[in-house]
Write a protein that binds this ligand. Structure first.
Ligand code: 4AD
Ligand code: MG
Length: 480
């Protein structure tokens, strides 16, 4: 039998036609009003029944968390708070939920902390906050594909299991089918991966960039959007061990083109959700306003969530070289007063999130694109500048987030790349295919990676990256 989704019902004029809905009970008041949510919208549908017409046993099963099928007529609501409601004619209990047990879960109708929600992650999608975040996440994914497809990019699926370390940072999860208790050993007594499934050492990918570069050198414009894995022991509100990354790679783009692409892309997807996810954004905005009320005035947000999103869409990102940024940071108050955990004393220092956030939130007060970083603190594949000490790298920094995008113009010169790989101890044997690109019709090209969860964090105003992905993987946690 067909049922109608609540999101659809709320957009239509009340008619006298009978309709059927299916969803989960959020609350049941006065033996009369059932608030039902089916996930299609943040809004519940109020269903009104005359308890005299229903069996007592059936009424007992209408409890928070239970799953129901309700048939009735959609009518103009007599109460406040909703335009329409369903006058119930029949109820079918699809799945009961024992109130005694519900009381001990996050389904019980009271405020639960986000930490508590994480502990019951299999149920949290039935809360308003997490439901709103997940609907926005889905819409953002769609907008990502729409942007690239509209602009002539080819979606490519880069491998998840790889034999190379794209970032050269050694933060990888090994993939092996060997018996951990009794692995085959080589002459030196080391594990012999030649006898492993792939006859070599393999890992979960940290980035699809290198493979995306191979495709850009044939298809011109490509992008990947897939899971990436990092075994870095960063237990922060911005890091996951498994996260989703969007990586465009474009032949003939230089660094300025790459910045234009990143800015245009981010503005497009944010505009998309502003136009298509108003109910969920409004809910999350109100949530932040409530949260702010319990904070001291100085810590409250200057802008509402939607004002913040509009601000990003309506203003140019400020483009600043690393060298300029270092000058600003060296002379800024928190550095002079030793308020930073890592003090900036010389050119060449790696920037920490506290420095990035100072530049964005306190100094420029808008998204910033930092470029031309020291070669020593960036990956091997970035193009060396004429000065021989900086590379054509760019990071996009966002308020409240810090780095949201990392990218670069790639080193397309065979000799220079080979030399750099040698200096940085990157195996030429392993990456012969990557070097080949520079031998057969090389050209200027650029790309970047945007951490999808950091984008979702920004758009939803959530504070912890664990709350914007269905099942977070972090050091010490791979539950569910
Ligand atoms: O700066 P990263 O390491 O750059 C790369 O991986 C390049 N290969 C991308 C490219 O040029 N194609 O990572 C890119 C972005 C970061 O800016 C950040 O947003 C996100 O990925 N990111 C993480 N997000 C969540 N958890 C982590 N552990 C992350 N590490 C990076
Ligand atoms: Mg980076």
């Amino acid at each position: 039998m067909k049922h109608t989704e609540i999101a659809h019902i709320l957009q239509t004029e009340p008619t006298i036609n009978e309709l059927t809905i299916r969803g989960w009970v959020r609350s049941f008041r006065s033996n009369r009003f059932i608030a039902v949510n089916d996930g299609s919208t943040i809004k519940n549908l109020q269903c009104v029944l005359d308890f005299e017409n229903f069996d007592q046993d059936l009424l007992k099963d209408i409890t928070t968390g239970a799953c129901l099928e309700i048939t009735g007529e959609l009518v103009k609501s007599q109460g406040q708070g909703q335009a329409v409601e369903v006058q119930v004619s029949s109820i079918n209990i699809l799945g009961t939920a024992d109130p005694e047990q519900v009381k001990r879960t996050i389904l019980s109708p009271k405020r639960h902390s986000l930490e508590k929600l994480r502990e019951q992650a299999h149920l949290r999608v039935r809360t308003n906050t997490f439901g709103a975040v997940m609907r926005l996440r889905s819409k953002l994914s769609f907008a990502v594909h729409e942007y690239f497809q509209k602009n002539g990019f080819n979606y490519m699926h880069t491998p998840i299991i790889t034999g190379s370390d794209a970032e050269g940072a050694g933060e990888m999860f090994r993939v092996s089918a060997l018996d951990p208790k009794n692995p085959p050993l080589d002459d030196k007594g080391d594990v012999n991966y030649k006898e492993d499934f792939f006859a070599k050492e393999t890992n979960l990918t940290v980035s699809g960039q290198l493979e995306a570069e191979t495709f850009a050198m044939g298809l011109g414009k490509v992008y990947t959007f897939g899971p990436t894995f990092r075994a870095e022991n960063s237990n922060t509100s911005r890091h996951l061990a498994e996260f989703w990354m969007i990586e465009p790679e474009v032949a003939f783009n230089d660094l300025a083109d790459n910045m234009d692409l990143a800015e245009d892309f981010i503005k497009y997807v944010i505009t998309y959700v502003l136009e298509n996810c108003q109910d969920d954004l409004l809910f999350l905005e109100q949530r932040l306003i409530q949260e702010d009320k319990s904070k001291p005035a100085a810590q409250r947000q200057e802008m509402t969530l939607r004002e913040k999103l509009h601000f990003v869409v309506d203003n140019n990102f400020k483009r600043v070289s690393y060298t300029e940024a270092i000058d600003i940071l060296k002379n800024c108050k928190p550095n002079k007063k030793k308020k930073f955990k890592y003090l900036i004393d010389q050119w060449g220092a790696d920037l920490q999130s506290e420095h990035e956030r100072f530049l964005v939130e306190k100094h420029f007060k808008c998204p910033v694109i930092l470029f031309d970083y020291p070669a020593t603190i960036k990956a091997f594949y970035m193009r060396l500048n004429e000065d021989q000490k900086t590379v054509r790298a760019m990071d996009v920094l966002f308020p409240g987030i810090g780095e949201i995008v990392g990218g670069s113009q790639r080193e397309e010169r065979y000799d220079v790349l080979k030399q750099k790989m040698k200096a940085m101890d990157i195996s030429e044997e392993e990456l012969y295919w990557y070097l080949d690109l520079r031998k057969f019709g090389t050209c200027t090209h650029s790309g970047f990676g945007l951490g999808f969860e950091r984008l979702v964090l920004f758009v939803t105003g959530m504070g912890n990256i664990r709350d914007v992905i269905p099942y977070p993987r972090t050091p010490g946690n791979a539950e569910f």
